[in-house]
Design a binder for this molecule. Structure first.
Ligand code: DON
Length: 303
């Protein structure tokens, strides 16, 4: 399939809608300044073909997409033991919700809501230098250097009252081993990674290749672990919009409030779309439309 004209066609179709609807995330002050009228798309096939269009090389804050890579690191270091403190069910609630944690004794529903990612990060902090390891992992996956946006990390730390509450609440149930401030510093940095669509399409390449690293030929995850990450993306990757994503798009996806969404077509390709204006569930409005157009035009879906 020739992907480049398909991506260019999607950019042309969405151009008139740029900045017209949705809202840029403003609960993190550094994100509120990002101009809404931007859109990028990129993909990488399992055999290394790349296609990209629009603002595909503009760096953006990956935010909750980092939860995917934190989970991958957690599965690598802990294997199935990771699931002793983290569930695998969709929450059906906003990504930063506290409500289920009390009834469920501080065990987050899944690794993709904020509470779940903070719990995964705690496990990573117990095992090593989780900031440095994240940069090494992503720079290797992208085949180029990846950095934290320190301004975004500081902005989140200064305003992250919900996350501070989530961390302390889980700690009160004995479900966080490390100092909460230390865990949150790592979590905020992971969310503040600055990457572009081309880099994220590359970085998620292992998810369409049964766990095989796109550049070094080694397995990052086993085939079974990779299937499980994709299953979690489908059921929990876009929060309380996961049902809508499965219905309209039919691909495992992971979104972030920076406006990025990554999607996986197992055994075919990985792709990333980005547009900063979000809908009420915190997912990129045009990103979602772009994925719908992509699956309609290509016929690719897991169903
Ligand atoms: O912790 C937060 O609230 C943000 N750093 C990440 C939230 C996010 O991206 C949720 N995604 N849609």
């Amino acid at each position: 399939m020739q992907f480049q004209p398909i991506l260019e066609d999607i950019v042309a179709t969405l151009q008139p809608q740029l900045g017209a609807a949705g809202r840029v995330a403003d609960y993190i002050p550094a994100l509120a300044r990002v101009p809404a009228a931007q859109f990028g798309i990129a993909l990488r096939t399992c055999d290394g073909q790349e296609a990209a269009a629009g603002d595909c090389r503009v760096p953006f804050s990956i935010q909750s997409i980092s939860k995917l890579f934190a989970l991958t690191m957690g599965m690598r270091v802990m294997g199935d033991a990771l699931w002793q403190r983290i569930g695998r069910e969709p929450s059906g609630n906003p990504f930063n919700s506290l409500v289920q944690l009390e009834a469920e004794q501080g065990t987050p529903r899944n690794p993709f809501i904020n509470a779940g990612a903070i719990a995964v990060t705690d496990r990573l902090v117990s095992h090593g230098d989780a900031k440095a390891e994240m940069l090494t992992l992503l720079s290797g996956l992208c085949n180029e250097p990846v950095h934290f946006d320190e301004e975004v990390a500081a902005s989140e730390a200064a305003t992250g009252f919900r996350n501070i509450a989530l961390g302390n609440f889980m700690k009160s149930f004995g479900k966080i081993d490390n100092d909460v401030a230390t865990v949150l510093d790592v979590y905020f940095h992971h969310c503040a990674l600055a990457m572009n669509c081309v880099q994220l399409a590359r970085a998620t390449g292992y998810l369409c290749r049964d766990g095989l690293h796109p550049y070094n030929g080694h397995h990052l995850l086993t085939e079974r672990q990779t299937r499980r990450v994709n299953a979690l993306m489908l059921t929990c990757g876009t929060y309380d919009a996961a049902g809508e994503f499965a219905f309209l798009i039919g691909l495992p996806c992971k979104s972030g409030v920076g406006g990025g969404i990554v999607a996986v077509v197992p055994d075919h390709l990985s792709l990333c779309v980005w547009s900063p204006a979000l809908d009420a569930t915190g997912n990129s409005l045009l990103g979602m439309k772009a994925l719908e157009l992509f699956t309609a035009k290509t016929g690719l879906s897991v169903f």
